[in-house]
Ligand binder design. Structure first.
Ligand code: AMP
Length: 209
């Protein structure tokens, strides 16, 4: 099963992707995570994308398409994958059509006011990528690997608004691009409430295949 998760930053794509990945045994491919790993490793690509990411702008299409192309060639993607945070432009979507055939696109929908609230309180494990909110995890320690949680630079208030503008301008046109393959879910409830309709939808999709 080859799935795209579409939605604004902070809409809950990452949390949803982890649940799908666990239950349907397909890898979550987050371009944000791939880039963050490069920044952490201080490799050439990492040096190139660090300041772009910190500003909340998009990494150029050709760079992003290349990293996804390479990742999708790995053996764990044979059975399928979940793309989380890619494509983010119509150009990327068109390039993806040439790389792979996508079964379904899930649009995670959330009002901007709630996104700003959630992103401001989001804390991330720099080691394993697990996501928490300050309210749920006031101790600031990852429950999986015990690392000290951090606030991503691009989750700071001034950058959040810029990221939302970038989404509106560059990524929201993809809703039209994929209109015939779109399954829309609201993420205003708990992560489990968001996941249930998606799970039912994917089970049906899997049964049809
Ligand atoms: P994310 O973790 O998905 O919010 O991504 C963090 C940052 O990585 C974004 O703000 C961009 O700078 C960069 N990035 C991630 N995915 C893409 C993409 N598909 N196209 C361009 N830039 C991306």
């Amino acid at each position: 099963m080859k799935i795209i998760l579409l939605g604004a930053p902070g809409s809950g794509k990452g949390t949803l992707a982890k649940k799908i990945s666990r239950d349907f045994e397909i890898p979550q491919i987050s371009t944000g995570d791939l880039f963050r790993a490069c920044v952490k490793a201080e490799n050439e690509l990492g040096k190139k994308v660090k300041s772009i990411m910190e500003s909340g702008a998009l990494v150029p299409d050709e760079v992003t398409i290349e990293i996804v192309k390479e990742r999708l060639q790995q053996p764990d993607c044979k059975k399928g994958f979940i793309l989380d945070g890619f494509p983010r432009t119509v150009n990327q979507a068109k390039a993806l059509e040439k790389i792979s055939q996508i079964d379904s696109v899930i649009l995670v929908d959330l009002a901007n006011e709630i996104i700003v609230e959630r992103l401001s309180s989001r804390r991330t494990c720099p080691n394993c990528g697990e996501i928490y909110s300050v309210e749920d995890n006031p101790e600031g320690k990852c429950k999986k690997c015990n690392s000290k949680l951090i606030q991503r630079d691009d989750d700071k208030p001034e950058t959040i608004l810029h990221r939302l503008e970038v989404y509106e301008r560059n990524t929201s046109p993809l809703i039209n691009f994929y209109s015939e393959r779109l399954f829309k879910v609201s993420s205003s409830g708990t992560p489990e409430q968001t996941y249930q309709p998606v799970k039912a939808f994917l089970e049906k999709l899997e049964a049809k295949a």
